[in-house]
Design a protein around this ligand. Structure first.
Ligand SMILES: [Zn+2]
Length: 76
């Protein structure tokens, strides 16, 4: 297990979060999340951020808050 930034993140996590993987890739992503503390942390963060953003959009969010939220999504 490693806590260093992981190259798998870019490759797997974004499509995983977007539900954009084949079955085989989906399984690969899940087994990687089991093994990799960094990706797991990253995944939880992205997942909760997405949930929050979706909810905020649905409720109608002021533009400056939208801007703040997108700034949170730092590139890997
Ligand atoms: Zn990883």
């Amino acid at each position: 297990m490693t806590l260093d930034p992981c190259e798998k993140c870019e490759e797997l996590l974004q499509p995983y979060l977007d539900r954009d993987l084949t079955d085989a890739e989906h399984r690969e992503a899940e087994s990687h999340l089991d093994d990799c503390g960094y990706c797991r942390k990253r995944y939880r963060f992205e997942e909760s951020l997405r949930r929050y953003v979706r909810q905020a959009w649905a409720e109608g969010m002021p533009p400056e808050l939208k801007a703040k939220l997108s700034a949170l999504r730092t590139p890997l």
